[in-house]
Design a protein. Sequence first.
Length: 129
Amino acid sequence: MSHAKSGPGSLAADHPARKSWIAAGGVLGALLASACCIGPLVLLTLGISGAWISNLTALEPYKPIFAVIALGFIAAGFWHVYFRKAAVCEPGSYCARPSSSRITKTALWASLMLVLSALTIDWWAPLFY
């Protein structure tokens, strides 16, 4: 059993991959929040059609719940990436590579754009019809 470190930033030092998991939760929440509206629009734009696409609109009542969950994960991810004290990483480890931070930031920004697109679809979707 490991002993918890005390002091500011100790949680990030104990769990350097936590921000990646939070970013993954934000991406998953963003996909769920947009499944009812953006999903069918993208499929139709790509030429994929069928009666089953209308089943995706059954998720519409759950969109606000998914959006709140996604925005919570995204906010936590942004806090971990931009505002929390950086964890101390061993040289050569994954968290010491700049690409790990870049991937997490890209996932957070992409999921934020997806959630905002899903929440504002009623304003911009008529432009595509």
